[in-house]
Design a protein around this ligand. Structure first.
Ligand SMILES: NC(=O)c1ccc[n+]([C@@H]2O[C@H](COP(=O)([O-])OP(=O)(O)OC[C@H]3O[C@@H](n4cnc5c(N)ncnc54)[C@H](O)[C@@H]3O)[C@@H](O)[C@H]2O)c1
Length: 373
């Protein structure tokens, strides 16, 4: 669903790539450097992750797991087509029991499974690339973060847009002081497609955490990264304005707007809905500062008092964010480095998303202190 939209995939051989945020791994590997990976959950997202991790040098996919037989068979075929061989499993705990040689797991099961599956994988000493959100409650986020710390394993969470070349360059420019003091972030994620009708769990807010936690979280993560720290409070409004009970049983919203206040008057203003006509508004992610503003999607900036956008230097321009995220994760595992989207960061971003959702449901201002209490 999200995979091939605005940050598009360009098929460039992995070995030809330089680095964003880390991958020094892209040089030749000796066999002993091989990271033996299992992919769990080979649906929409898991298949894309599998295709990309297969391209990362020094990775061997040795097992694939899904409870739907056709999906796991398709995953095994993708591995075979890439010249490898992966054993298939329906039960990931059995897989972890039987295949002691697995070093690391890429997990892309539905949101409501994340807390238990993340912890189960870390408990048996595997490195982890886990899809977002971290979990669906603050207590569960804390439990996952605690297990990452206890295990000492490298865990990276699915905020791959941090690794998108244009966005990564734009964030670096902000962090280096290019736009002065960050004043506010403005985001729009309007689409006409909505959530996939063929995947019922997305429409059940007890399983997906609803629109902010499942989808808006990506942009909110980038804004939180740009500002630094966490919001102090959130308020907003939203609900089902168009897709009432559609598909039947839907409990997720179809649109909302949320504002997050940070320290020193800095704030985020974010609008997200599913009733955009084709190519009408789409997605924008802008960060405004005292000296100028940055477009995180395009990787351009503009001084505050001048006309005309200036292109930033974008290493690896055009490379796919998911490939870059996985390559960076492998590099972190091999060199024992903390990912830029590790547990602490993923927890704060997920809490931020849960905070906005709570504010909308309860029609009140929700504070950060409530979320971490
Ligand atoms: N980072 C991104 O841009 C992005 C994009 C899309 C989805 N996602 C995330 O990826 C995850 C999967 O989303 P999706 O769209 O692929 O959903 P999906 O329903 O298409 O895929 C989930 C897969 O997990 C499998 N599964 C469920 N329980 C399992 C179990 N116990 N053991 C093994 N497999 C099991 C399902 O059979 C299914 O094939 C979600 O957490 C979602 O939020 C992230």
């Amino acid at each position: 669903m999200e995979n091939c939209t605005r940050r598009t995939f360009l098929s460039v051989p992995a070995a030809a790539m330089a680095t964003v945020g880390a991958p020094a791994i892209l040089s030749a590997q000796s066999p002993s450097d091989t990271l033996r990976v299992a992919c769990v959950g080979t649906g929409n997202r898991g298949t894309w992750l599998l295709k990309n991790v297969l391209k990362v040098p020094g990775v061997k996919v040795v097992a694939v797991c899904d409870i739907i037989p056709e999906r796991v068979a398709n995953a095994a075929k993708l591995v075979a087509d890439a010249g490898g061989s992966a054993e298939t499993y329906a039960d990931f705990r059995k897989m972890l029991d039987q295949r002691k040689d697995i070093d690391a797991v890429v997990l892309a099961t539905p949101d409501w499974t994340h807390k238990d599956f993340d912890i189960a994988i870390l408990e048996v000493g595997k490195h982890l690339y886990a899809e977002k959100p971290m979990a669906l409650t603050p207590a569960d986020c804390k439990a996952v973060a605690a297990e990452v710390k206890r295990s000492g394993k490298i865990a990276q969470f699915g905020f791959q847009l941090r690794h998108d070349p244009a966005t990564n360059a734009a964030e670096k420019f902000i962090h280096d002081g290019g736009i002065g003091r960050v004043l506010m972030c403005h985001g729009i994620r309007h689409s006409g497609e909505g959530l996939p009708r063929t995947t019922p769990w997305y429409h059940d807010r007890t399983k997906s955490g609803d629109m902010i936690v499942d989808q808006g979280i990506h942009i909110l993560d980038l804004f939180r990264w740009a500002i630094g720290g966490h919001p102090l409070r959130a308020y907003g409004t939203g609900g089902q304005n168009l897709f009432k009970n559609e598909p039947p049983g839907r409990t997720c919203m179809d649109g909302y707007s949320v504002i997050y206040e940070y320290a020193n008057g800095v704030y985020i203003n974010f609008s997200h809905h599913y009733y955009d006509p084709p190519a009408f508004t789409g997605t924008t992610e802008n960060v405004f500062g005292s000296e100028g503003s940055v477009d995180l999607v395009k990787g351009v900036w503009q001084p505050r008092e001048k006309r005309g956008q200036i292109k930033l230097d974008i290493p690896n321009s055009g490379q796919d964010s998911t490939y870059m995220a996985l390559a960076s994760w492998v590099d972190s595992v091999k060199n024992n480095k903390q990912p830029i989207n590790g547990a602490e960061s993923a927890m704060e971003t997920t809490l931020q998303a849960l905070m906005g959702t709570k504010a909308i449901y309860e029609k009140r201002v929700v504070t950060w202190d409530e979320m971490i209490a």
